[in-house]
Write a protein that binds this ligand. Structure first.
Ligand code: XMP
Length: 508
């Protein structure tokens, strides 16, 4: 479970996530990282294969992303597969040539002739339909390589040992008729073993936790009612029984009705007793001291840690468990020395007791599948995420106080109600309604007001590493605006469709 077998280097192709998903459908997990992070990850991990994704870049563009500097292009350490730009980058870097001989972009279905004796194409028709999307093409393959696929130009290449490969087309998209077979062949070539079976993973995690925790020790698990901690509760409850203490902290950052929802969700995971601690006043006082996003998280963490420690003492627990995901760890800069993007509230808290993060290798969509396998209600395993520091991150650029928290709570509830009524809640991955601390002038009745603005943002994403800004239908945007400006202090409503990157999901 620990070692991810396939690294996908993301050069920005719209199909990169599809590569990951298709591999998972074939039973193998992978990690997707941009080139710079891949470089750091490679130094600390031993994958069996590295896939280089497609891209809109040309290898000749000034700032075109390169191969990770430490990538082993000899094929000795792992099997390398370049897809589209990935193949061009390999060919170009290894002394081949890349050009634009067609003078136009090849986009859409294309026919390729394959050398079917090559292990990558075993069982695939000699002439097959593929999906291609590229302007540049490899016109000369590097020395020691041979061509294994032809369309209007070279559409595939391999080194002598079948360890460094490239295809110009996209095997991951369904329009490539036999793409899945090609990726299965690739998995076989790299000797990857199946490591994605939700049932096995659940058993593995239960056993891992039992082994670490022992027969007598107690574990405090922080529960938020969200998919990660509820799934973890569902895994730990049968393994630990009464020795699992589920701690729900009322931070004051919860949305309307969320504590009730939390209790319902955690109970559905088989938890009999929840310990609820009301720490609203402490959180509000501490966080209200700053408007800086990172300091706010730090202040949140201080109180969070204190509450946890009190609970550990109370129950004489020897461990704590949290639903930390791979994304939290990557984004908190814990992958090698990668740049810290945001301090996630549950990473690196440094408790005196041991800290268990059984979901640390998983992505959100994988945890959702575990939830489904555990038999949790769909409302739990498909629940939109919500940040641990909650609504405190939704009062932006102005000190948090009880009144502003009440305002964003009410605004969030209103927008959520509108989305549910229009049946749009299922189309979006997360909704953010934030108060912006920049006053602007407006007029209400006949009076001038100098009040706040609200920003409404919804995103669509698979793994929250990247996200698309959602465009609300105009009539729904109007309805949201009129509902929100009813509040006396709100003068304007902005809609934010900026993608991630550069804009993160949350404003802070
Ligand atoms: P960003 O804003 O980084 O968020 O694109 C990605 C996902 O993580 C959630 N998020 C957090 N979750 N503690 C959490 O538990 C945090 O400190 C935190 N910050 C962001 C965010 O809501 C989104 O779902």
């Amino acid at each position: 479970m620990d070692g991810i077998q396939i690294l996908i280097v993301d050069y920005g192709s719209q199909y990169t996530l599809v590569i990951g998903r298709t591999l998972r459908e074939l039973g193998v997990r992978s990690i997707i990282l941009p080139s710079e992070k891949a470089e750091i990850w490679l130094k600390e991990n031993n994958p069996k294969s590295v896939i280089l994704s497609g891209s809109n870049w040309s290898v000749y563009s000034e700032n075109a992303p390169k191969l990770p500097a430490s990538l082993d292009t000899s094929g000795a350490k792992y099997v390398v597969l370049g897809i589209c730009y990935g193949m061009q980058l390999l060919a170009y870097t290894l002394g081949g040539n890349v050009d634009r001989p067609l003078g136009h972009r090849e986009y859409g279905p294309a026919k390729v002739k394959l050398k079917t004796s090559h292990p990558l194409f075993i069982g695939v028709a000699k002439e097959t339909e593929v999906w291609a999307s590229h302007g540049d093409t490899v016109t000369k393959i590097p020395e020691g390589f041979e061509s294994i696929a032809i369309s209007e130009g070279i559409a595939g290449m391999t080194d002598k040992n079948n360890r460094v490969l490239g295809v110009q087309f996209h095997p991951e998209v369904t329009d490539t008729k036999e793409g899945k077979k090609i990726l299965q062949n690739f998995i076989n070539l790299a000797h990857c073993v199946k490591d994605w079976d939700p049932k096995d993973l659940i058993v593995e995690m239960e056993e891992e936790v039992k082994r670490i925790v022992g027969e007598k020790n107690k574990v405090v698990l922080g529960v938020s009612g969200g998919v990660d901690s509820t799934v973890l509760a569902g895994i730990l409850a049968p393994a630990l029984g009464e020795r699992l203490v589920c701690l729900a902290i009322d931070t004051g950052g919860l949305r309307e009705g969320e504590m009730e929802e939390l209790k319902k969700n955690v109970t559905s995971a088989g938890v009999k007793k929840i310990s609820i601690v009301d720490a609203k006043a402490d959180f509000l006082e501490n966080i209200g001291k700053t408007i800086d996003a990172e300091e706010k998280r730090e202040k949140f963490r201080e109180v969070y840690k204190k509450v946890f420690e009190a609970e550990i003492l109370k129950h004489k627990a020897k461990f704590i468990a949290q639903g930390t995901l791979a994304t939290d760890i990557i984004e908190s800069g814990q992958v090698g020395e990668s740049a810290m993007i945001k301090t996630h509230h549950n990473v690196g808290l440094g408790f005196e007791v041991d800290d268990l993060h059984p979901l640390r290798h998983l992505f959100k969509y994988e945890v959702r599948e575990l939830g489904k396998t555990l038999g949790l209600p769909e409302s739990v395993y498909n629940r939109a995420p919500f940040p641990g520091p909650g609504l405190y991150l939704r009062v932006v650029g102005t000190p948090v106080d009880a009144e502003k928290m009440a305002l964003v709570r009410e605004a969030d509830a209103k927008v959520r109600e509108i989305l549910v009524r229009h049946n749009l809640d299922k189309q979006i991955s997360q909704l953010i309604v934030a108060m912006l601390g920049i006053n602007s002038v407006g007029v209400k009745g006949d009076e001038r007001v100098y009040g706040h603005s609200l920003a409404v943002r919804a995103v669509q994403t698979v793994d929250f590493m990247t996200a698309k800004g959602y465009h609300f239908p105009p009539e729904v945007a109007d309805e949201i605006t009129s509902a929100l400006i009813k509040h006396k202090d709100i003068v304007r409503v902005f809609f934010d469709m900026t993608p991630k990157p550069p804009a993160t999901t949350e404003f802070e």
